[in-house]
Design a binder for this molecule. Structure first.
Ligand SMILES: [Zn+2]
Length: 252
């Protein structure tokens, strides 16, 4: 009997905290307060502290989530690091648990449209559907509000950026991982170019990319880089993100 009461009150508490999560999300919260509201305790983890005076880069992973995303999440977590995942609406619906894991681990999620169409070829109405529809899917699956956007193929101009009406995040290092599917070539593209404030483009769709992440994450840290989200990069470099503007890097 006692056990039953305990289970019931636990269930009640879970419903209660889930409601807080929804209420907080509707009040236009940030990813950080959602994480707190949903009760993901981080007490057992080493506290992550970013030193604004030390070099930092943002790893970004597009087109997922996929079956390889958990391996990338694992290496990030093991190294007390965070990255940004620009997800597709179709894949967010397919890999709901993985999307939630990305967020629970403290990573940032960005919008990469519903099904990877070239937005420069779409009507205004379809651009709106691709962008807002994907934000809606991310929110429905996870309670998380994506605040940044990356257009497929990096294809956008000033006019389209305004229509997207969010900060548009491009990149300064292209690993060409979708093309080379070669772990060593991905690593070479990173390590021959990396510098403070870089935004590095990868895709969490390929085994070769997951393998490259397993090597690159600890090696970048060993070199003195802090691996941060786009929001963190913007905050610590004191370069605020503005809706309708595009960003290739965060060099100071
Ligand atoms: Zn893409």
């Amino acid at each position: 009997m006692l056990k039953k009461i305990l289970v019931l009150s636990l269930a009640a508490m879970m419903i209660f905290s889930a409601n807080i999560g929804v209420a907080a999300a509707e009040a236009g919260n940030t990813q950080y307060s959602i994480t707190q509201a949903q009760g993901f305790t981080k007490e057992t983890e080493v506290k992550r502290v970013i030193d604004p005076d030390k070099p930092m880069v943002a790893l970004t992973f597009d087109d997922g989530p996929s079956k390889y995303t958990p391996e990338i999440l694992q290496v990030l977590k093991e190294n007390n690091s965070e990255a940004t995942f620009f997800v597709l609406g179709t894949e967010a619906n397919r890999y709901k648990d993985t999307l939630n894991q990305i967020i629970e681990n403290g990573n940032q999620v960005g919008n990469h449209t519903y099904n990877h169409e070239d937005l420069t070829k779409l009507s205004d109405e379809d651009v709106y559907r691709q962008v807002q529809g994907t934000n809606d899917i991310i929110y429905n699956v996870s309670g998380y509000t994506a605040t940044i956007m990356r257009p497929p193929y990096g294809a956008s101009d000033e006019e389209l950026n305004k229509k997207i009406s969010r900060p548009v995040i491009k990149w300064s290092i292209d690993t060409r991982d979708w093309e080379n599917r070669n772990t060593q070539m991905i690593l070479d593209n990173i390590f021959n170019n990396v510098k403070d404030g870089d935004i590095i483009l990868m895709h969490d769709l390929y085994e070769t990319t997951a393998e490259a992440a397993k090597i690159a994450v600890p090696k970048l840290i060993e070199m003195g880089y802090q691996l941060v989200t786009i929001d963190e990069l913007s905050r610590y470099k004191e370069l605020p993100l503005t809706a309708g503007k595009q960003y290739y890097n965060m060099y100071k």
